[in-house]
Ligand binder design. Structure first.
Ligand code: PIT
Length: 194
């Protein structure tokens, strides 16, 4: 099971601006006090009891953390640490400052075939690595394909948001109605393994 630090995140990190937000909570820029290094902190509200409709089930976050701990790859956002307080879990993640790939392409006048090939190659390398570990992302969409930074002319792809990801065991049948509505196509899969 994933180990969460019971310390207060604010004793180790200065909490900065919001980088993004969603139904889960917020992602904020954070600065590690010991080193001055910047990271992204994903702040998740945890359900106090199973009857409550607010916040996430702790077991779902545990699963997300376990997936992230399994997948260390240059095209997948890295997880550094997890802090746990009474009502909140904070994931300390690699900072990615290049924004969404979608916006990067939309802002450009044209995209060279060679640039498209490089982006596709990196997306498929990240995805191929996930699949080699029997993990499905299940929420791959333009918003979850980010770029490492804005300064480099050739930024790297970083896949994010493993909130719906699932690690398959041999022969496991998986049925789900979750995901982003526009992108849901396949409701059930059976994993054969190799
Ligand atoms: C950033 C900047 C940003 C968003 C993120 C990271 C989010 C990362 C993320 C979210 C997840 C997850 C893994 C990574 O499982 O705007 O540096 O839900």
């Amino acid at each position: 099971m994933a180990v969460f630090k019971p310390e207060n995140v604010e004793d180790f990190y200065e909490i900065g601006d919001v980088l993004g937000s969603g139904h889960f909570g917020q992602v904020r820029k954070v600065r590690e006090l010991a080193t001055g290094t910047y990271w992204a902190g994903k702040f998740l509200k945890i359900r106090k009891n199973s009857c409550s409709r607010l916040g996430l089930e702790r077991s779902c976050v545990e699963r997300e953390v376990e997936v992230l701990q399994t997948v260390q790859h240059p095209n997948i956002v890295a997880l550094k640490d997890v802090f746990e307080s009474r009502a909140e879990l904070v994931l300390i993640l690699e900072i990615v400052t290049g924004g969404e790939l979608f916006d990067f392409i939309a802002e450009k006048e044209n995209l060279l075939e060679s640039e498209a090939i490089e982006f596709m190659k990196q997306i498929l390398e990240g995805l191929g690595f996930l699949h080699s570990k029997n993990i499905a992302h299940f929420d791959l969409k333009p918003e979850n394909i980010m770029l490492s930074d804005k300064l480099s002319p050739n930024p790297n792809i970083k896949l994010i948001d493993f909130g719906l990801a699932h690690r398959f065991h041999q022969g496991e049948e998986f049925r789900s109605t979750s995901g982003t509505p526009q992108y849901i196509g396949l409701a059930g899969v059976e994993f054969g393994g190799s």
